[in-house]
Design a protein. Structure first.
Length: 270
């Protein structure tokens, strides 16, 4: 019986060697090549993140968001992913895309890596909840900050606004008082508390004084001019009310609240 010929074992690189689907002869790329590709991806992602931050600081929110969405987080550590979530959350907030903003801001809060950023994100979450009329959730975020020792005029102003939207006027005034205890020149607290005192008839004269102070701080604010005009109206001075409301309307002709106040005071359409 004749021996069967023995087939030679194909050598690496031999055309007869079975190839895998990658077409590289079944050989894995060197580890150094894989590492280089990963480094390249991380480098490109880092550049996109830096460019997004640059655009964000220039207040070019749409362009910044485009850059942030290009970032691939493969190879990013937890800190890098949290930083991206932070800027995505702020971008979406600036663009009034609140539901998307909530998703990313919550990630930063849960990560808890940077105390100041957690504070800022909780404040932004509270702002979004107030704007979207989820005032109980806003109060939850703000009271968490308050209990952790983070007190600021902004925190108390937001708590006050949340209380005002629920018609808890006394609570709102208390919070505005606390804001002014921290910063006696805080124009937002002056204006808002003045408006509530006059509008609710709690203390019209004090409300009028506070509204005047706010306008002195920022005489080009339509909101402050509107509050002052409304306080004059509530104080029984329709001529003064008309003057200040007219100024407010000239600066913000499309603002619904100012239009309504002007119409009520003057009986005229806008």
């Amino acid at each position: 019986m004749t021996d069967r010929p023995v087939e030679k074992e194909p050598r690496p690189g031999d055309p007869s060697r079975p190839k895998d689907r990658s077409g590289n002869g079944g050989e894995k790329p060197p580890a150094s090549e894989t590492r280089d590709k990963k480094k390249e991806k991380v480098s490109l992602a880092g550049k996109a993140l830096k460019e997004g931050i640059r655009l964000f600081r220039m207040k070019r929110w749409e362009k910044a968001l485009e850059e942030f969405l290009r970032v691939k987080t493969d190879g990013f550590d937890d800190e890098g992913r949290t930083e991206l979530a932070y800027f995505l959350g702020l971008c979406y907030t600036k663009l009034a895309r609140y539901e998307e903003a909530l998703l990313y801001l919550e990630q930063v809060v849960v990560a808890g890596q940077d105390v100041l950023r957690v504070y800022q994100c909780r404040m932004t979450l509270a702002y979004i909840y107030v704007i979207t009329r989820r005032t109980k959730m806003a109060e939850f975020e703000l009271k968490r900050l308050q209990n952790n020792g983070f007190e600021s005029p902004q925190l108390y102003n937001t708590l006050a606004y949340a209380a005002w939207t629920q018609k808890r006027y006394r609570n709102a005034i208390d919070f505005y008082e606390k804001a002014l205890d921290i910063d006696e020149n805080n124009a937002t607290a002056m204006n808002s508390m003045g408006y509530i005192l006059a509008d609710a008839g709690i203390d019209v004269m004090r409300g009028l004084r506070l509204c005047r102070k706010a306008v002195d701080k920022n005489p080009q604010s339509p909101a402050y001019l509107d509050s002052l005009g409304w306080a004059y109206f509530k104080g029984g001075e329709p001529v003064e009310a008309r003057t200040w409301l007219r100024r407010a309307l000239d600066l913000a002709p499309d603002e619904k609240d100012i239009q309504e106040h002007f119409k009520l005071v003057t009986g005229e359409g806008v």
